[in-house]
Design a protein around this ligand. Structure first.
Ligand code: CP
Length: 302
């Protein structure tokens, strides 16, 4: 593959191959010397048109661990603020003969557009409400580390699903395995079209009952054009995952959140910092998973 635009385009075998490669890279990351010479002499650019903490820093670390030369493009100090188009920015970057472009953008479909207009390998680091494929891959990797399998698991995705590229990528990934997928949230935050393999719950306790994994999503106020919820206080009351609700999930169930979290809104501090929380493990696993993705892509020969 030249690019990673979404999980939708991947087969189950592709996903398993990426996750196995990530496992090998995680072992490398636990050594004294955490770097491999694999991609020495090649160049990656991180092109982030939207804010990011975890994705941007873990891509940069992944690239450096693979011995890539790394350029970080800061939109706020670039000629984008003077009105330069995405196409012209792309062609400028391409003139440097870069091999990998990691792209985050607020518009769905941007990663595909960029991939179609460059010979570099493009990795979608989140495009609008469309997909965030490396997040779903690192989530699957984290579940596999703890549970040893994806098949047979019950997984509840809770909250602002309609605006979530993380939810879409996870839906595509988990649907390729034999999992029970639940969408849990208020009707206004669930997509209009929901695949047949997804169970819908409009009640948090019922939705998380007896599940193996709860994925809590951030309320994305920046993408909400209109009143999707009456207030954050009310949302937190009905949909926030608090400690007492952990009694409803399986005893060995885990809680995940892609970050950034709104503590006290969709997740309480007690739950976020509990022994059942995988949140920091997800962050750690971002590096090995993103190393695997970069390593497996092949830029076009020019
Ligand atoms: N999960 C995630 O995409 O976090 P950032 O926005 O901090 O990269």
């Amino acid at each position: 593959m030249k690019d990673l635009i979404g999980i939708k385009e991947l087969s189950k075998q592709d996903i398993e191959e990426i996750l196995n490669t990530a496992k090998a890279f995680k072992e490398v990351l636990q050594r004294d010397i955490k770097k491999v010479p694999t991609l020495r002499g090649r160049t990656a650019i991180n092109l982030f048109f939207e804010p990011s903490t975890r994705t941007r820093t873990s891509f940069e670390l992944a690239e450096k661990r693979l011995s890539l030369d790394v350029l970080n493009f800061s939109v706020s100090t670039s000629s984008v603020v003077k009105g330069e188009t995405l196409y012209d920015t792309l062609k400028t970057i391409e003139s440097y003969n870069v091999d990998y472009i990691v792209l985050r953008h607020s518009s769905s479909g941007t990663a595909k557009f960029v991939a179609e207009n460059t010979s570099a390998s493009v990795i979608n680091a989140g495009d609008g409400t469309n997909e965030h494929p490396t997040q779903a891959l690192l989530d699957a990797f984290s579940i596999l580390e703890i549970k040893g399998r994806l098949d047979g698991l019950k997984i509840a995705i809770v909250g602002d699903i309609i605006h979530s590229r993380v939810a879409r990528s996870n839906l595509y990934l988990l649907s390729k395995f034999d999992t029970e997928i639940r969408f849990v949230g208020p009707p206004t935050l669930l997509p209009q079209e929901i695949p047949d393999n997804v169970k819908i719950f409009f009640n948090l306790k019922e939705g998380i009952e007896d599940v193996d994994v709860v994925m809590i999503l951030r309320i994305q106020l920046e993408r909400q054009k209109g009143a999707f919820i009456p207030s954050l206080k009310e949302y937190s009351h009905f949909w926030g995952l608090k400690k007492d609700l952990l009694n409803y999930i399986k005893k060995d169930a885990v809680v995940m959140h892609p970050g950034p979290m709104n503590r006290g809104v969709e997740i309480s501090t007690e739950v976020a910092d509990s022994s059942q929380s995988l949140i920091l493990r997800q962050v750690t696993n971002g590096i090995a998973t993103r190393m695997a993705v970069i390593y497996m892509l092949k830029p076009k020969e020019v």
